[in-house]
Design a protein around this ligand. Sequence first.
Ligand code: TYD
Ligand code: MG
Length: 466
Amino acid sequence: MSKRSRHVCQSCGAVSGKWAGKCEACGAWNTIVEEVVPEAAPKSTSAAHGRALKSETLSGAARELRRLESGIREFDVVTGGGLVPGSATLVGGEPGIGKSTLLLQVAGALAKRKLPATYVTGEEAADQVRHRAQRLGIGDAPVRLVAATNVSDILATLEQGEPPAIVVIDSIQTMFVEGLDSAPGSVAQVRGSAQALVAQAKRSGAALVLLGHVTKEGVIAGPRVLEHMVDTVLTFEGERGHTFRILRATKNRFGPADEIGVFTMTAAGLREEPNPSALFLSDHSANTSGTAVFAGIEGTRPVLVEIQALVAPSPLATPRRAVVGWDSARLAMVLAVLEARCGVAMAGRDVYLNVTGGLRISEPGADLAAAAALVSSLTGEPVPAGTVLFGEIGLSGDVRAVAHSALRLKEAAKLGFKAAWAPPARGEPEDTALNVVAIRHLSDLVARVGGNDIDAPLPLRERKVR
Ligand code: TYD
Ligand code: MG
């Protein structure tokens, strides 16, 4: 019998019958690779071949989740209070972002707390990892170090000796299972290796952490093909040239998703940043135009971050629109609303918008701060120092309340801000030390930072209200 083959996209795992230059499913180029289909024994699915299982009820006593607290608080918070025994966690990120460093620190911290930790390195030699551990100040932590890439060998090693509480696999793309006709790093190998390791973790009760590289080119199978197999997906992000690193939970069966942990990369490894707001603010006491401080929420915690805009006359027929750290579609919307509802036209001008510190904001609550930075850059009129902003802009120009406004105001007060420009809160007005200026419509904002240049004709409806 001849072996059947199939074509698998190494970026998203989509399977197709024939080779193509571009993956129809995810749009990536040159990611489709031929793989041999593993032969599976035909299985029968009739009731006669199965056996009846004991069913359970929802009301039974649920075992309380024991968690492995590392003491690295930012890591523990993101995982929902620590890794859960028997669970599988995937940590994805670009090469060089600091995944190995972070997980070696976590393994070291757990080992120091008398929790047996095993670190499997498939990428670096044991000696390299040892050197790194010394630099990180955990050279004396009793971490069991294994240099291996063959999954069968790793499973056999894990079964031997004291059962580990945590197993780190660095990285899943270097692992392979025998008997699969494809190279390490291919979808088949990454899936096969992960499956075997996850099954072992569930059996033994170890917390498994798989490190996976995400590459833009998609030449190696991305962690996306594993997301459904694991309990928790964490992504480790950061901008090149910045030392901030953000660990973000995007899926978590044992805790809140969207939680973040903030670190800075130093010569002695990753250092926690329990107070990230201060990090993302440049000198906010300066009274400069084109900047606004957004009081945001990342996960469950407030984060203050500065948004900068530059609006300048353009020599181009189609002016540039460039955004770092925010959604370009949202920028286009805010610009359109400014023009249509407030008469603030940016046509013929290049527009740059930048979220400082390398943070990526996905909250619509940042609309108002972005609009303030844009208008302020256009007019040269600064937002008064010591002011934070938040609010979502609708297509009509209305500014809508966003969730957790009390938390945002509290954080701003803690960091010494004096005023907030925001839509009135739903329900009870907030009890806050800040001077809250109600911004109900985008034109209220333009009236404050519009300068003398803008003689904004208010929409008729608005005039009647006033
Ligand atoms: P690494 O953890 O190897 O990244 P990944 O596993 O995600 O590929 O981190 C590599 C980068 O971190 C490298 O550019 C050097 C830097 N680094 C420090 O700045 N300080 C340190 O103490 C360590 C260990 C690494
Ligand atoms: Mg690494």
